[in-house]
Design a protein around this ligand. Structure first.
Ligand code: NI
Ligand code: MN
Length: 228
């Protein structure tokens, strides 16, 4: 069964496996790249990479409306329960694999920060490595380049989603190096063009990826989908 990726702009993604819909880093209301309302998003699971507002902003509203479990770092799921009444939470930590009906997601290293919107400690920021019935998707999430990405790639990655915005995360040049380390079949850019400091030429990025890696670059417009 194909797996459909939808990009809502910024770092918000929906994976639809056919059996489950997994929402990643829900940011809708204040996301200038989407008109989609968090009231209209249909999900079975929510994954949050770290505590920054551009990743967690609409998480509690969607979780409380749908009852979809939230998978994230322990400090973040605790905060969601204590401060926002989210009852259905699965907290883990870096290196841990969380198994659910859809398959599993491992919380991987990310080099970033993770303060929650009210100033609370959010633990360590994470990347997300999904295993979906044999299909492996790695979301680096907000991070700098790091050489251990090659270890993450050892499982054989079908699709990598890498930030290219620069300024708050790695930029285009480092995402090309990251693609070489992870060695995915396909790579999609994320966390760019939302605001002026992270404006990037995604087609130029795609040319670089084609020229210097063996991955196929796939550039979506906000709201766009791709099936694998
Ligand atoms: Ni961040
Ligand atoms: Mn961010």
């Amino acid at each position: 069964m194909p797996i459909e990726f939808t990009w809502y702009g910024h770092a918000t993604w929906l994976l639809n496996t056919g059996n489950h819909k997994i929402l990643i880093d829900p940011f809708f209301v204040d996301n200038p790249s989407t008109d989609v309302s968090p009231d209209d998003v249909d999900v079975d699971f929510i994954c949050v990479s770290h505590g920054h507002g551009d990743h967690i902003a609409d998480c509690a509203a969607i979780a409380n409306r749908t009852g979809a479990p939230v998978i994230s770092i322990f400090e973040i799921t605790n905060w969601l329960t204590e401060k926002h009444g989210v009852q259905n939470c699965i907290g883990g930590n870096i290196g841990g694999t969380i198994k659910q009906d859809f398959g599993s997601v491992k919380l991987t290293n990310a080099i970033h920060s993770s303060q929650l919107p009210d100033g609370s400690y959010g633990g360590n920021p994470a990347g997300l490595l999904f295993e979906l019935d044999g299909f492996k998707a790695y979301f680096a999430c907000d991070t700098a380049l790091f050489s251990d990405m090659s270890l993450i790639g050892e499982v054989g990655i079908d699709v990598a989603v890498l930030p290219i915005g620069d300024h708050f995360t790695m930029g285009i040049e480092d995402s090309v190096l990251a693609t070489k380390l992870v060695n995915p079949k396909s790579v999609l850019p994320t966390h760019y063009n939302t605001w002026p400091p992270i404006a990037q030429d995604a087609n130029g990025w795609a040319e670089l990826i084609r020229k210097s890696t063996s991955a196929e670059p796939i550039v979506l417009e906000p709201g766009g989908t791709h099936q694998f």
